[in-house]
Design a protein around this ligand. Structure first.
Ligand code: SF4
Ligand code: SF4
Length: 182
């Protein structure tokens, strides 16, 4: 099993962030926030140089809204390089701590990670051979699980072992293998 590794692309913060609202400002760097999905209330502390920008956004948008931006109000440009960073990373809510944008990785015969299984039945990969196998042989096999009460369970859930085993069996002849991410 490989460890999940976030590369700070910030994509999840665009959709997740719209549920994170700032309820009250306690100081220039401290806010009381709410997770709109679970109702969880949590305190956050802003790190680094983004505190002024966040302060300004909060002054304009007011309490109970997720800010004027489409993405999370705490998602800010990385001052040290490319990409975006979470300005409240150590105090980010549980929903963000638990989030995994991929649930398994695919390794090539040299044991290099060449793909990440994301969403229901998709893959992120820059390996052209793997991309073709996925499109032609794996993607068409995915049938979502049938949740109708009383009916026989059919199909797959993206993270369940039956789906991972199915994908493994298709990839094995091509000498790719899967490891679940923890
Ligand atoms: S969890 Fe995934 S989508 Fe979110 S920032 Fe990290 S790599 Fe990007
Ligand atoms: S709190 Fe941080 S990790 Fe969570 S959505 Fe906002 S920027 Fe992303």
């Amino acid at each position: 099993m490989v460890s999940f590794c976030c590369d700070n692309c910030g994509k999840c913060c665009v959709s997740l962030g719209s549920y994170i609202t700032v309820e009250r400002q306690l100081s220039e760097r401290d806010y009381y926030c709410k997770n709109g999905i679970t109702g969880e209330l949590f305190l956050v502390h802003v790190q680094g140089d983004a505190s002024g920008e966040i302060d300004d956004d909060f002054a304009l948008s007011g309490p109970g809204v997720s800010g004027l931006r489409k993405s999370c109000v705490f998602l800010r440009k990385n001052p040290l390089g490319s990409g975006q960073i979470c300005a409240i990373y150590p105090t980010r809510p549980k929903i963000c701590q638990d989030f995994r944008c991929y649930h398994a990785v695919i390794l090539n015969p040299a044991d290099e990670i060449v793909g990440r299984m994301v969403g229901k039945s998709d893959i992120n990969t820059s390996d052209p051979k793997l991309a073709i196998i996925w499109k032609d042989k794996i993607k068409p096999c995915f049938q979502p699980v049938n949740h109708s009460p009383g009916e026989k369970r059919e199909g797959f859930s993206p993270e369940d072992s039956m789906w991972i085993e199915k994908v493994s069996s298709i990839l094995e002849p091509f000498r790719y293998r899967i490891e679940k991410a923890s």
